[in-house]
Design a protein around this ligand. Sequence first.
Ligand SMILES: O=C(O)C(=O)C[C@H](O)C(=O)CO
Ligand SMILES: [Zn+2]
Length: 277
Amino acid sequence: MVTRFAHAPEDIQHYDTSKLREEFLMDKIFNPGDILLTYTYNDRMIFGGVTPTTEPLEIKLSKELGVNFFLQRRELGVINIGGKGSITINGQTEEMVKQDGYYIGMGTEHVVFASADASDPAKFYVVSTPAHKTYPNKKLPFANALAKPMGDQAHMNKRTIYKYIDASQMDTCQLQMGYTVLAPGSSWNTMPAHTHARRMETYMYFDFTDPNARVFHILGKPNETRHIVLNPEQAVVNPSWSIHCGVGTSSYSFIWAMCGENQTYDDMDQIPMNELR
Ligand SMILES: O=C(O)C(=O)C[C@H](O)C(=O)CO
Ligand SMILES: [Zn+2]
């Protein structure tokens, strides 16, 4: 697990490209046979990829968090974006096909991730946030996600937001998580842009319709923006004060996850176009 510190808006004013990437980009999320995690000091979210191949994998963090086991004081959201796999929670196994999600509550001692076929491994994108209460574990199949169509082709931002972990559907301490799929030919996400000073957010981009495509992710204060160019299966941390939107050279999907003061998805401050710089 690597640590990324939190920033003030002024910090990034003089960052060059490599410094900006070093501070905000997670350039590898899925490494076969491995667990790659980032601990951001923005609301202490931990996020990353678990990619089991021949052997099952378990996130074992105790000393790093000053606890006896990873989820002792945390909750966890999972979405599989790879091949068939399974999650075994305290000894009980659930199949996890591509797009299946899971919410695992505070206090769960063992969560073991496995792939059905090492040559087409499951890719579990995981996000964990601090918790204070145990809410029930819940499988989150794609078909049950709340689908919210957004945008239109004229604005090149036709997309569907699938909310997996949403306060209207289930209880969590902080975590909100979902999956946005851009329609073929659309390239903009989250434009018009917004901030939500009450919550931070991570974005992990994947499923580019052209594997050679790139996404230009935009962050920063609305009047002082920066961009980071992303390959498929890379992620960005967005501080609460930052916009977070992007444009791709093809269509793509991304998983967003948030935590902070509230769980009100629509609690956003929309940025008028003429304020963007
Ligand atoms: O495409 C979008 O718009 C999004 O997916 C927006 C994210 O869900 C978000 O930023 C929520 O705060
Ligand atoms: Zn947002």
